[in-house]
Write a protein that binds this ligand. Structure first.
Ligand SMILES: Cc1cc2nc3c(=O)[nH]c(=O)nc-3n(C[C@H](O)[C@H](O)[C@H](O)COP(=O)(O)OP(=O)(O)OC[C@H]3O[C@@H](n4cnc5c(N)ncnc54)[C@H](O)[C@@H]3O)c2cc1C
Length: 486
C-alpha cells in the first residue's frame, strides 16, 4: 500500500508514522525545507524561536507515536511540566497565576470573588463531563457518516453544546475577570469564547488532567525527534517541494504531482494541507465537487488571523512568566472586531511567550527570547499588512512596555514578525487563518471537513481543518481517526 502525506505539521507527521506502523510505504512531502508547519523553528543570532505551538498538553499523544515502534520517547524528547501554566494580567495590572494547584487556584479566586469558589468547583466538574464525552469518547472517532453525528446529538445537547464557552462559564462564575480566565480556551484553537460551542470547554479539563508541559530545547525538538524516528523507520521525506496537483482517475485518487513535475503514484493521499485550499487549488473543484459539498465549503467561517512578533532582548526579564496572557480593556469588543467586523482595534489582548524562563538554551547567555501573539482578523479583512505590520509591531511594544517590561524597545536586539500573509502564502491556508475553520458547533465533527474525503476515494485529511480540530492534541487525534478509517 503506497501512501503519500502532503505536509509535515504535527498532524501530517503523526499520520505518516501511524501508516508506517501499519506497514504502508509512506512518502511525506513538505513545501518548506524544514518540517513542522506551524511548529517550524526560526533560529537567528543565537535565539531559538518556536514558530507556533508552545503549550504542550496531553503529552501521551506525542509519546504513543514513539511507542508504536517500541521506542522510548525519552531517547528523543524531554517534556517538562510547568508549575505556573499562565499568568493572566488584567487592565488594572492585577494578576492571576493559573496552575494545576487547586488550593492555590481557589485561594486566588477567593481573593477576587469569594462567592465564585463554589461555582468554579461546579464548572470544573461540568467540564469533566464534557471532556469524558468530547475528548475521551469522540476525539478519535471518524465522523464521516451523518448517523454517527445524530447518535451523539442528544448527549451533546445535554452538555449544553448550544451555549458558548463564555456563557457556560458565566452560568457558574459571576466575576468578569474570572469569566475571562476560565473561558479563554477557544482562543487556543482559533475560536471566539463568546461564540464557540461549550464543548470546547473540555480544554479546561484536559489541561488539568495531564498538566501543561514544555519541550526542552523548544517545541521544535519534538519535531526533530519525530524526524529522527521517521528516518529510522523508513519514511521517505521530500522537503522543499510543493504538491501542486492531486491526480485522480474520475473520483479515485491515484497520486500527486510536485512543483518540479515529478509524479508519485499512491493508493492513498493524506492531506495535512488546509482542506479548503486542497479542494480549491489541487483538485478539479467545480467539475467533481457536488453542489451540496460546495455549499458546505462556501458557508464555512474561518478562524482568526495571527500577528506574531518574535524578539530577543539584551537583558533578561526574570519577572515575566513563561506564559503570560494580557487582557485588553475592551476584550469583547476586540474579539468582535476580529471575528465579526474584520477590522483592527488598538485595545489589543495578547499572549507573550518567554521560553527562556524555563530553558536558558533558547537565548544567548544573559539574554531573553520571546514571541508575542496578537489575534487579528484573517485576510477576509483585506488589511494591507505591508502597511499595518509595522504599526502593529510598535503598538504591541508600547503595550508590553507599559504592562510588563520597562524600557523594552531599547533592549530589543533583533526581531521579525509574521502576519496572516505568511499563513496564507507560505503555509497555504485559506484567508491566512491561524487555525483553519472556526471551532463552532456547526463546523465540528460531521460538519467539519471529513477525515475521509466526502468526494474522492483514496483521499484523506488530517490536521486543524478536519475532525476533531486545531491545537496539537486535536491534530494528533485526527491521525488516530485516520488510523481507524484506513
Ligand atoms: C502562533 C501559534 C501558536 C500556537 N500555539 C499553540 C499551543 O501553544 N498549543 C497547541 O496545542 N497549539 C497551538 N497552536 C495550534 C497548533 O500549532 C496547530 O493547530 C497545529 O500545529 C497545526 O498542525 P497541522 O497538522 O494542522 O499542520 P500545519 O502546522 O498547519 O502544517 C501544514 C503543513 O503542510 C504544508 N503544506 C501545505 N500545502 C502544501 C503543499 N501543497 N505541498 C506540500 N506541503 C504543503 C505546509 O507547509 C505546512 O508545513 C498554535 C498555532 C499558532 C499558529
Amino acid at each position: 500500500m503506497n501512501s503519500v502525506v502532503i505536509g509535515s505539521g504535527f498532524g501530517g507527521i503523526a499520520a505518516a508514522l501511524r501508516l508506517k506502523a501499519k506497514g504502508h510505504k509512506v512518502t511525506l512531502v513538505e513545501k518548506h525545507p524544514d518540517l513542522g508547519g506551524r511548529a517550524r523553528v526560526f533560529k537567528r543570532n543565537g535565539f531559538i524561536y518556536d514558530g507556533g505551538p508552545t503549550v504542550i498538553t496531553a503529552p501521551y499523544l506525542i509519546n504513543e507515536l514513539f511507542e508504536l515502534f517500541k521506542k522510548n520517547p525519552r531517547d528523543y524528547i524531554k517534556l517538562s511540566p510547568l508549575k505556573i501554566w499562565y499568568q493572566f494580567v488584567f487592565e488594572d495590572n492585577s494578576r492571576f497565576n493559573y496552575s494545576g494547584d487547586e488550593t492555590e487556584m481557589k485561594k486566588q479566586i477567593e481573593e477576587i470573588s469569594k462567592e465564585d469558589v463554589k461555582g468554579y468547583e461546579k464548572l470544573v466538574n461540568f467540564t469533566k463531563k464534557i471532556f469524558d464525552k468530547g475528548f475521551t469518547e469522540l476525539a478519535d472517532v471518524p465522523f464521516d457518516k451523518p448517523l454517527v453525528m445524530m447518535q451523539q446529538l442528544p448527549a451533546l445537547l445535554k452538555l449544553k453544546s448550544y451555549k458558548s464557552v463564555y456563557s457556560l462559564v458565566s452560568s457558574y462564575v459571576k466575576n468578569e475577570k474570572l469569566r475571562r480566565v476560565l473561558s479563554m480556551h477557544p482562543l487556543l484553537v482559533g475560536g471566539n469564547p463568546f461564540t464557540t460551542t461549550s464543548i470546547y470547554g473540555l480544554i479546561l479539563y484536559l489541561e488539568k488532567k495531564w498538566g501543561i508541559h514544555y519541550s526542552m530545547g523548544g517545541t521544535g525538538n519534538i519535531i526533530k525527534g519525530f524526524e529522527k524516528l521517521m528516518s529510522e523507520v523508513g519514511i521517505e521525506t521530500i522537503k522543499g517541494h510543493e504538491v501542486t496537483k492531486i491526480i485522480s482517475n474520475g473520483k479515485k485518487v491515484t497520486g500527486v504531482q510536485l512543483n518540479n513535475q515529478t509524479k508519485i503514484e499512491a493508493n492513498n493521499v493524506i492531506c495535512n494541507a488546509d482542506p479548503p485550499a486542497v479542494y480549491e487549488k489541487m483538485l478539479n473543484e467545480n467539475k467533481d465537487n457536488s453542489l451540496m459539498f460546495r455549499w458546505k465549503k462556501n458557508r464555512m467561517e474561518y478562524s482568526m488571523g495571527l500577528f506574531v512578533y518574535y524578539f530577543g532582548t539584551k537583558k533578561t526579564y526574570s519577572e515575566v512568566e513563561h506564559h503570560t496572557i494580557k487582557f485588553g480593556n475592551k476584550y469583547k469588543e476586540h474579539l468582535d472586531d476580529i471575528f465579526e467586523n474584520k477590522k483592527l482595534n488598538n485595545d489589543i489582548s495578547y499572549y507573550l511567550h518567554r521560553p527562556s524562563a524555563t530553558d536558558k538554551s533558547m537565548a544567548p547567555n544573559g539574554q531573553d527570547c520571546f514571541y508575542v501573539l496578537v489575534p487579528v482578523p484573517n485576510n477576509q479583512s483585506k488589511i494591507d499588512w505591508s502597511v499595518e505590520g509595522e504599526k502593529m509591531k510598535n503598538l504591541v511594544i508600547d503595550k508590553m512596555e507599559k504592562d510588563l517590561m520597562s524600557n523594552l524597545r531599547e533592549n530589543i536586539v533583533e526581531d521579525f514578525y509574521l502576519t496572516p500573509d505568511y499563513f496564507e502564502k507560505d503555509l497555504n491556508t485559506k484567508y491566512g487563518s491561524g487555525f483553519s475553520i472556526q471551532p463552532k458547533f456547526s463546523q465540528s465533527a460531521y460538519f467539519r471537513f471529513h477525515n475521509k474525503s466526502e468526494i474522492y476515494d483514496g483521499l484523506y485529511f488530517v490536521g486543524a481543518g478536519t475532525h476533531p480540530g486545531a491545537g496539537v492534541p486535536g491534530v494528533l487525534s485526527s491521525a488516530k481517526v485516520l488510523d481507524k478509517i484506513l
